[in-house]
Design a protein around this ligand. Structure first.
Ligand SMILES: Cc1cc2nc3c(=O)[nH]c(=O)nc-3n(C[C@H](O)[C@H](O)[C@H](O)COP(=O)(O)OP(=O)(O)OC[C@H]3O[C@@H](n4cnc5c(N)ncnc54)[C@H](O)[C@@H]3O)c2cc1C
Length: 634
């Protein structure tokens, strides 16, 4: 893998060949099938780093899924993603959603075909346990499939949300609710939504005004307007199950007073058959910057006819119940960003290997010097390594977290006493996966576009759509700052820093045990410095709290990003150590892949980890100027 960097260009392509290459436009991605998956790196995370073949598959609730079957499932999903799902990626952007006279939302035909193909391939129940007809796959495998689907077509990935809603009803519903809803929901791939946001209740979910009036038993009637609801309406499934937060009459203000209701689009009779349309009306379909084929609706409940719903589990515990959905959605958002950066990287790499432009920098003064492919320019190499290392880092962060979720399940699930410690670590990781992947993802997509020059800006290539489709990730499911507040107050401060210390101890273990040997000594030293800086940063923030809690608001995002930069550095070093250990016995293609893993870790420790020191200094220097400057001066 090591590239000779010398003035001797005997290996450069002859001028005539180079001219021919220049004339030929790179074809790597300018076609309908934009998606380039990285199954190799996915499997590396799952089987070589996290070793799920030995630690998860064949155990507990995953007893009936073995290593080979899990790999087969992922290979099949990968094939479907690269072909049939990717086929509607552009249509999902360029063919608008329509509404019929009754207000029903109609999807572009190509998107419906992709969805149908997914169901026809038998993946509708992929994330479900065996008792619901699924394969009983662990979170790692489910998230791996999700990465492939979201990378191929994020719009299609959203429409598959219904099966997760079935999972939630199975987890939290009463036996009668499950009997009524689940069999039909799963058999017919009903759609699903999570319904929190209102015009005056965005980040401040507790400001919601939607009301619930008790009818009888677990039956309630909902009134109110919700906005920005993904999957709010679309044609295809026979029904959509809305999970709606609303406030029972007389309940407390704030999030604590909210309850969760199961509100079907079409009423579901006791035997699971469909009744009349329920009182849920689409009052607007949003026109968006990206993910245009995803139906984002304003929904009015109960204005022209009653909107009936069941109180989830027949208990008033709405926000806690909805968090089961929110946590899954936050993970999905981080995974979606990782998937998009990964395909952007591989597309940019393919282009850079073909596009010929300019001489080698070492022969810049020589007019007769052969023109070279842009992958040979140092600045393009710099950008490629940046996007590569981030794509791998985002995936590493997400699958480290997914593997924690595997372990939680094996230890008895959320709320189980034995699972508590790992569950807390999973909770700590979620704002990093969601916040860091989405923020860094947007930056890296800009770099990926830059790699291919002006072509990146036109619609012949997928980059501009990647950027538009990904930008939403730092906004919904809690903006990045909402993630930062969650991280600092709920995930770090609430347990007195115990969970963060447990994470730091794992990182320290890598440093002290000299993981990766001499080859990675410099990388571990950089990691040790970054870990010290994180500690210093948090101590500084704690000290500033005496002056004002505004410092948390001013510095929160910086803390989140720096912590994730450090955790990702740790994970990339661990990945490099595994790669180094496996390389000597590897096949040729794998040797190149393993060398690439080491290159990513080296790049990270030299180009990202030093920024943690700077971040610490900025937190130490935090002052209240932004809050003290007159509003008129802004
Ligand atoms: C395409 C799309 C799909 C969506 N899908 C769904 C869905 O399926 N279900 C659903 O319920 N919602 C959905 N949403 C809504 C989404 O979750 C909200 O847009 C998001 O939570 C932010 O709320 P907001 O837009 O009202 O922004 P605001 O809350 O008004 O935030 C505006 C700015 O103020 C900042 N801010 C707000 N409060 C604070 C605070 N306390 N401290 C510091 N800064 C603060 C924010 O960080 C942000 O920078 C979707 C939105 C979009 C655009």
């Amino acid at each position: 893998m090591t590239r000779r960097v010398t003035n001797d260009r005997r290996d450069a392509p002859p001028v005539a060949a180079a001219a021919e290459m220049r004339r030929s436009r790179p074809t790597t991605m300018s076609n309908a099938l934009h998606y380039k998956s990285n199954l190799r790196d996915l499997l590396f995370n799952l089987f070589e780093v996290n070793d799920i073949g030995n630690t998860v598959l064949g155990r507990g609730g995953f007893a009936n899924l073995d290593d080979a079957t899990a790999r087969d499932i992922l290979a099949e999903v990968d094939k479907l993603a690269r072909t049939t799902l990717a086929a509607s990626f552009y249509a999902a952007d360029r063919e608008p959603l329509r509404q019929d006279d009754a207000g029903n939302v109609l999807l572009p035909a190509a998107v419906k075909q992709s969805l149908q193909a997914y169901y026809d391939a038998g993946f509708g129940a992929l994330e479900l346990g065996e008792h619901l007809g699924g394969p009983g796959a662990p979170p790692s495998v489910i998230w791996a499939a999700f990465e492939l689907i979201a990378g191929a077509n994020p719009v299609v990935a959203f429409y598959l949300f219904g099966s997760f809603i079935a999972k939630i009803i199975d987890r939290l519903g009463t036996p009668a609710q499950k009997r009524r809803l689940l069999a039909a929901h799963v058999a017919h791939n009903w759609g699903g939504t999570m319904v929190l946001t209102e015009p005056d209740a965005g980040s401040d979910v507790g400001a919601g005004r939607a009301k619930a009036v008790h009818v009888a038993d677990d039956l309630w009637e909902i009134t109110g307007t919700k906005r920005f609801i993904t999957n709010g309406d679309y044609d295809g499934p026979a029904n959509i199950i809305h999970l709606v937060l609303a406030r029972p009459e007389g309940a407390d203000a704030g999030t604590k007073g909210l309850s969760l209701f199961i509100v079907p689009k079409i009423w579901v009779n006791e035997d699971g058959s469909l009744g009349d349309p329920n009182g849920v009306r689409v009052s607007k379909v949003e026109k968006k910057m990206g993910i245009k084929g995803s139906s984002t609706c304003e929904l009015v409940f109960g204005d022209d006819r009653p909107a009936r719903g069941f109180l989830m589990g027949n208990v008033h515990d709405g926000i806690r119940q909805m968090f089961h959905v929110i946590e899954n959605a936050r993970m999905a958002v981080g995974m979606k960003s990782a998937a998009t950066v990964s395909t952007a990287y591989l597309n940019a790499l393919g282009y850079a290997k073909e596009r010929v432009q300019g001489p080698d920098l070492l022969r810049a003064a020589d007019k007769r010097a052969p023109r070279v492919r842009i992958i040979e320019h140092p600045d393009v190499r710099r950008m490629l390594l940046s996007v590569k290392a981030h794509a791998e880092g985002m995936r590493a962060l997400a699958f480290f977290t997914a593997h924690l979720q595997d372990q939680v399940e094996l230890l008895g699930g959320h709320g189980g006493a034995q699972a508590a410690e790992i569950d807390c670590l999973n909770d700590l990781m979620l704002p990093l996966v969601k916040g860091w992947n989405s923020e860094r993802g947007y930056e890296q997509l800009g770099i990926a576009l830059q790699i291919i020059g002006g072509s990146g800006y036109v619609q012949d290539y997928p980059f501009e759509q990647y950027i538009r489709d990904q930008k939403i990730d730092s906004l919904y499911e809690g903006t990045t700052h909402i993630q930062a507040l969650d991280l600092i107050f709920r995930k770090i401060a609430k347990d007195g820093g115990a969970t963060l210390q447990a994470l730091a101890a794992r990182i320290q273990q890598t440093i002290e045990s000299a993981e990766g040997g001499d080859d990675l000594a410099a990388e571990r030293a950089a990691l040790a410095r970054a870990l010290g800086d994180i500690n210093g940063m948090l101590m500084a923030l704690l000290g500033k709290l005496g002056e004002s809690a505004y410092h948390v608001g001013l510095q929160g995002n910086r803390v989140l990003l720096a912590l994730a930069d450090t955790v990702v550095g740790w994970l990339l070093i661990r990945h490099a150590a595994v790669a180094l250990a496996r390389a000597p016995k590897a096949k040729a293609a794998d040797r190149a892949y393993f060398a690439g893993k080491v290159a990513s870790a080296r790049w990270w420790t030299r180009n990202v980890l030093p920024s943690v020191t700077l971040a610490r200094k900025m937190v130490e220097a935090s002052d209240l100027t932004p809050m003290e400057v007159d509003e008129e001066a802004l």
